[in-house]
Design a protein around this ligand. Structure first.
Ligand code: AMP
Length: 395
């Protein structure tokens, strides 16, 4: 793997694609800086070598060009504080100002470019735009795992203009190493925990994991499609009616492969989708009419926790219930606690990005698992066996 460790950046200008797509509140304060913190080691290594850094990122999904709400200037102060230096800013990612600021950068200095997605050419993977960006630096570094599954100008197309002078940053390398370890070198028993709203988003991953795991735990909204397919009644719980047959096929495949599947058998049901709803415990396959399952029940939690804490490798993707509501977070919390216990007992535990990362952060347990991925979609695609354009471009 071509990582930045193989290169001395002394007197070089490194053009680094980072994923600073952080959530901001209504006053433009960062509410979760994890993605920025995760990119710091790469930036620091280049600066310590005696190089300078030009950072490029996207923020949000601007539709019509420059929009104040999506300006990266909002994160400039925090970035300067994190790096303990005054980061410079170019309010256009290409053009004269960016060129001259990049040119005048001294070793040890950092320049942040304005949001790449103010140009629609970025997401289109436009070559001319990528070439303009490429002129800003001598070396290209990709440390944006969160967007590695996109063939955008700055994540993939740009690499062709840096023959030989392109590297993975530390975060990218760490993400790939851990995903590879989970897929190909997992200690057994290996347990995957799948949750979240929809089974349709995770079918390919579940199929792939059936080739790898010993145990597959299924919870969250997706579990009700399985319960219904098995002949249960699920009230008004989430259902993907057209995925019932497929869920039965997945169960059959699991059986053929000797993978143990664990589905919820008791469920916290509510009379409306609201934290203040009336709630009861019901069998997952006998949910009363007009009630909906919003969390796994107490007996299921015990079973899942038991399987997880006895595992040597754990991959968790998707919450067990509507963890955003305090009254329906208990199943997700029980799973999080069990993942922590497994980690303490020596297991390698990985939290897939997206909502499971949000859940583990909500419970303040991020530091007590082996690895929390910064990539939601990118991690899913990598694990499904797809080649990520951002990875392929560096080779
Ligand atoms: P995903 O993005 O597919 O991982 O789904 C995450 C979302 O699924 C979270 O916002 C959860 O609130 C939601 N979710 C999990 N369990 C349920 C459920 N039983 N009913 C409705 N939504 C759920």
């Amino acid at each position: 793997m071509n990582t930045i460790d193989q290169f001395d950046f002394k007197d070089k200008k490194a053009l680094v694609r980072v994923d600073f797509n952080v959530p901001l509140d209504s006053e433009f304060k960062i509410t979760d800086d994890k993605r920025m913190v995760a990119a710091l080691p790469t930036i620091q290594k280049i600066l310590q070598d005696g190089g300078s850094v030009i950072l490029m990122s996207h923020l949000g999904r601007p539709k019509d060009g420059p929009t104040d709400k999506y300006s990266l200037k909002h994160i400039l102060g925090d970035l300067s504080r994190m790096l303990d230096l005054e980061v410079k800013f170019a309010d256009d990612c290409i053009g004269e100002d960016a060129v001259s600021k990049a040119k005048n950068l001294y070793p040890g200095q950092v320049l942040l470019l304005e949001n790449l997605r103010f140009y629609k050419e970025e997401e289109k993977g436009d070559e001319a735009f990528a070439e303009k960006l490429s002129k800003l630096g001598d070396i290209y570094v990709n440390d944006a795992f969160g967007t590695a599954h996109r063939a955008h100008a700055s994540t993939a197309v740009i690499a062709q203009y840096f023959s030989g002078a392109k590297y993975f940053g530390y975060l990218m390398a760490e993400e790939l190493k851990n995903a590879e370890k989970i897929l190909n070198h997992a200690d057994r028993p290996f347990t995957a925990i799948m949750g979240g709203a929809k089974v349709s988003d995770k079918i390919l991953l579940i199929e792939k994991l059936l080739e790898k795991v010993d145990n597959l735990i299924i919870g969250g909204g997706m579990a009700y499609t399985f319960a219904k397919a098995q002949g249960g009644t699920i009230g008004t719980s989430l259902l993907e009616a057209d995925k019932q047959e497929l869920s039965l096929e997945l169960l059959k495949k699991a059986e053929e492969r000797g993978v143990k599947i664990y589905l919820p058998f008791d469920t916290v049901v509510a009379d409306k989708f609201d934290n203040e709803a009336n709630s009861e415990i019901a069998p997952t396959k006998a949910i009363p009419d007009e009630w909906m399952g919003l969390d796994i029940g107490p007996e299921t939690r015990k079973l899942f926790a038991d399987v997880i804490s006895n595992s040597k490798t754990v991959l968790w993707n998707g919450p067990m219930g509507v963890f955003e509501m305090a009254n329906f977070e208990h199943g997700t919390r029980a799973v999080a606690d069990a993942v922590v216990a497994a980690t303490k007992a020596g297991a390698f535990t990985m939290i897939g990005g997206g909502d499971s990362a949000a859940a583990i952060a909500k419970f303040g347990l991020e530091d007590q698992v082996s690895f929390v991925s910064t990539g939601g979609g990118a991690l899913l695609e990598y694990m499904e066996g797809k080649e990520l354009p951002g990875v392929k471009a560096i080779g």
